[in-house]
Structure formats: C-alpha cells, structure tokens
Design a protein around this ligand. Structure first.
Ligand SMILES: Cc1cc2nc3c(=O)[nH]c(=O)nc-3n(C[C@H](O)[C@H](O)[C@H](O)COP(=O)(O)OP(=O)(O)OC[C@H]3O[C@@H](n4cnc5c(N)ncnc54)[C@H](O)[C@@H]3O)c2cc1C
Length: 490
C-alpha cells in the first residue's frame, strides 16, 4: 500500500475482469477514503474476452456464448443495474422442444427434465430415447436407496446409479456433456451439478424430491424457479456483448489498458507494494492486490514462479477447444423441424456436437426471410477439429446437416469462429483442487483468482465471481497477515 491508497490490478478484460473492475470502480466511488486505484490490463485490443457479438446484414451472430442460464436472480439484477433490463429476451417459448441425435434420428428430449435428469417419469414413457427396460429402470429411481459417498464422483456415476445406464448414456451424456464440454464420466458432480447430490441427501430420491417441490407453494421454490412455462435461457436483444460493453462503459476512474499483456508477476522484494507486474510494452506496474481473471492455464504461467503448488492445480483445469460454424439460409430454401435445435450423442461419431436453430430459438437474431443455424463442433480426444481449415469445417458441417436434416441449399452467409482451448470443464476432484489452490494462495496474500476456470463456467457465474473477487480485495486488511479465508478463489 502506498500512503493511504490501495492499488488493485485486474488482469484480463473478459466478463470476469470487467465485472471485477466495475465493482472496484463502484467501491472506489462509494468509499473515497480507501484510496482505491484500479487498473485493468487486457492483452487483446478489445474488451469482453469470449463474449463477442457480430452484426452482419441485419443478423446478430454470437461468436462465443449466446445464452445465459438463469440459476438465480443474479443475472437479471446485474442487467437491471447496468440499464439493460429492457434488453433481456427469453428463448422463444414456441420452440422449446430440443432433440438428441441418436442412431441417426432426432428424438425429442422428454419434458420434465431439469439439469439433465428427469424430474418426472411420465414424459419418459413416450420417449424413443429409452428402451422399455431403460424406462422401468429410470422409474425405479424412486426406490433406489441414497448412497453417501464421502467425496466427489462423476456426473455419469451419479446418474447411472440413480436412473440406470440408459438415462446416463443416452440423455445425460449428450446433454450435460455438451453443456459442460466434457465426457460426463470425467465431469465432477460436486463442481457442476451439486444440486443433484443435495437433492439425493435431502429427499433420498430425485423423483420424490421433484414431486414434493411441485406441491410446494411457488414462493418456496427458490430463485429462478418461478413460471415453469418460461424458458430459463435468456439473452440480450443486442447480443451478449451489450453486457460487457455496458460494464466497460462504467469504469470511470479505472486505468484501462487494452493491447497490454501481463508477462510476469513478481513479488516486490522491498517497498510499499506487494507485487510488480511486467507488461508486454516493457512497462512495470506495482500493485497491492492482483485479481487474475485470465484462463487457468495462463494464470498458472504467471503464478509458477511464486507458487509451484498453485500452478500445478491450475494446470489441471481442463479446457476444450471448439468451433462455431454459423450458416444463414434464405427462408424457403431449407425446412427445420419445430424446436430450438439438437445435440449429438458423442457415440454417433460425428464432428458436429450440437446445432441451434437460432432464428427459431432467438427470433431477434435474424430478420424475416432468413434462417440462422449455429453449429457447434467440440474437439475431443478423437477429433481435433481445429486441424481443419475454415473451408474444411464448413464442408464438414454442411455434409452432416445434409445427412441429418436433408439440407442441400447453399447458405447466403457462413461464419466460422475458432475457439482453441476455450471451454473450461471441471473434472472429478475439481473442488479438492480448488481447496489446495486456496491453501497455496494463502501464502500469497493479495493474489485472487476468478473466472471460468474455477466456480462456474457460464457468463453469469463469471460475472458473479468477478464481483466477489473485487469485494474480497478490499476486505483484505493488508498484504501481510491476510486470513486464508479471504485469499484465493472463494
Ligand atoms: C464457443 C463458446 C460458447 C460458449 N457458450 C456459452 C453460453 O452459451 N453461455 C454461457 O454462459 N457461457 C458460454 N461460454 C462460456 C463463457 O463464454 C466463458 O466461460 C466466459 O465468457 C469466460 O469469461 P472470463 O472473463 O472468465 O474469461 P475470458 O473471456 O477468456 O477472458 C480472459 C481475458 O484475459 C485476457 N488475457 C489472457 N492472458 C492475459 C495476459 N497475460 N495479460 C492480459 N490479459 C490476458 C484474454 O485476452 C481475455 O480477454 C461459451 C464459451 C465459448 C468459447
């Protein structure tokens, strides 16, 4: 600390870093006596990180995230605070049905699913996704005793023991594996879907728990659960980039430095500040607190000289690569089923992992007369999609759409967005690794980590982590003697 000022440097200007800097700017204005001085450093020439919206020929194209899942009122409150409440749009209720591609056919995802697991068994009865035995086994969940594993387990392991192999392989694997960018056999239950374990603990059976919840008065059902008919997916009319733009526009007093990479983070041997940051432009910056919001593997490189243990934990956060291929067709040149799109079971052996029928799901993204499709390709250990050039990716997608939906028309616009090592996913043991990380960071008071690599991969969770990290930086009394509970990722 220099005199009465507290210098906080936020590294990374994605949604996490912007939310952190915005919160710090707010705190600085609210508590001028704290002498908060905030700097935001971003390597790219634009702010927003993975949140990127293109506007082309009246089309709204999301390069990265295109929807926010409402887990709590947080996102809507944030939009409200940023003056974006009137921008919030819900996914089109007319096209809620989505499908799973299995054995070359689209099967409607049965109603009554929540968080990738059935809440009610009746909609399953008519589903072509499960065999008769698979349906009986799923219904038996109501009498399966609760298990009490001590620690983490895989999402697949949990769903398999509760609902049987078919629900685990034919529904949860494509659905939750797609959302969390990893094989459910590797995904951590406690880090991705802790509510499933909590429901088992509380009700023994998830089906029974859901039945009880359905009979509870609406006011007791918890945040975000109101109105079953409303989609829990929302976006912003002008694109999700409106959020990061709004945050960036409200950084008054913050020293914002785009096109500047942090090359190294060093403890300041003596003097008044805790850290020195070496910047790509040759400058050095001193800081009392540093919030790292860069991907975990980038944070590992910055922290390795300071804490090998922290760097090792950060190295273990897995990031998948992906590509998005967006195609716009003249209306009438292709026909889509009713619904919002489909996800592909990984055992189909296709490069396509999902296809959103964007103009049906989000009517604000395309004018009348245009049908917009957004195709996801996720790299797996078997498919290194990013080895394909853009033409190869487009060709692959069009060939697969031809086979699956009979689409042979030529798109009037194609955009390919490549995302190397971009989707964080939490593997079994993730929370234990974060606990080890927090212990290691307790020896580095003044360093904070937030973002997709830690406690939530979605845009909303990243913003929340950024705000929480900002609050923790000012709660720390001094760079020396920081209580462990206020350092780290929590
Ligand atoms: C294709 C795709 C689709 C997605 N879909 C959804 C979705 O529909 N809904 C959803 O909620 N989430 C989705 N996500 C996830 C979500 O977009 C991300 O998890 C979230 O945006 C990450 O934000 P962040 O700020 O933590 O990280 P980032 O956005 O990665 O920001 C980190 C920033 O740090 C900068 N940086 C890195 N190293 C340095 C350095 N040394 N010095 C300075 N700056 C540095 C980077 O340039 C970057 O701007 C999607 C992600 C992808 C890739």
């Amino acid at each position: 600390m220099s005199g009465s000022s507290l210098r906080v440097v936020v590294v990374g200007g994605g949604v996490t870093g912007l939310a952190a800097a915005h919160e710090l700017a707010r705190l600085a204005a609210e508590r001028p006596a704290d002498g908060l001085r905030v700097t935001l450093i971003e390597a790219a020439d634009r702010l927003g990180g993975k949140v990127q919206t293109d506007h082309v020929d009246e089309l709204l194209l999301e390069r990265g995230p295109d929807a926010v899942f409402l887990r709590s009122p947080f996102w809507l409150e944030l939009c409200q605070r940023l003056g974006l409440a009137d921008q919030v749009v819900r996914a089109n209720p007319e096209h809620r049905q989505s499908y799973i591609l299995r054995r070359g056919r689209l099967h409607g995802i049965p109603g009554g699913m929540e968080g990738g697991v059935p809440r009610s068994i009746w909609p399953m009865a008519a589903s072509g996704l499960l065999s008769p035995w698979g349906k009986v086994r799923a219904a038996l969940e109501a009498i399966v005793p609760a298990a009490h594993p001590d620690g983490d387990e895989s999402v697949d392991g949990f769903i398999r023991r509760r609902f049987g192999a078919e629900v685990a392989e034919r529904i949860a694997l494509p659905l939750l594996g797609g959302i969390y960018s990893n094989d459910t056999r590797r995904l951590s239950l406690l880090a991705t879907t802790p509510h499933l374990r909590a429901a088992e603990r509380e009700h023994r059976s998830l089906l029974l728990g859901a039945r009880r919840a359905a009979h509870r008065p609406a006011a007791n059902k918890g945040p975000g659960s109101g109105g079953r008919s409303q989609s829990p997916f929302v976006s912003l009319r002008g694109g999700l980039e409106c959020l990061t733009t709004a945050l960036a526009a409200r950084l008054s007093g913050v020293d914002v430095r785009p096109r500047t990479r942090v090359m190294a983070l060093m403890p300041t041997p003596t003097g008044e500040s805790a850290f020195t940051l070496a910047l790509g432009d040759g400058q050095r910056l001193v800081a009392d607190r540093v919030i790292l919001t860069v991907p975990a593997f980038a944070a590992a490189e910055l922290l390795r000289p300071l804490s090998v243990v922290a760097a090792m934990q950060l190295d273990r956060v897995n990031y998948a690569s992906a590509a998005i291929v967006t195609l716009a067709f003249p209306a009438g040149s292709i026909t889509l089923p009713h619904g919002s799109g489909f996800i592909v079971s990984p055992d189909e052996g296709r490069l396509l992992s999902a296809c959103s029928w964007t103009s049906q799901k989000w009517p604000h993204t395309a004018p009348d007369g245009v049908i917009l499709l957004r195709c996801h390709l996720h790299a797996t250990e078997h498919a290194t999609i990013l080895d394909l050039d853009d033409i190869g990716l487009e060709r692959t997608v069009r060939a697969e759409l031809g086979e699956l939906l009979g689409i042979t028309a030529t798109p009037r616009l194609t955009r390919v967005y490549r995302w190397p090592r971009a989707l964080a996913s939490y593997e079994v043991g993730h929370l234990d690794r974060l606990a080890t990380l927090d212990r290691a960071l307790a020896d580095l008071p003044g360093v904070f980590l937030a973002g997709a690599g830690y406690r939530g991969v979605g845009v909303a969770e990243c913003a929340r982590q950024g705000i929480e990290a900002a609050a923790r930086t000012v709660a720390v009394p001094s760079p020396n003697g920081v209580p462990a509970s206020v350092a780290g990722t929590r």
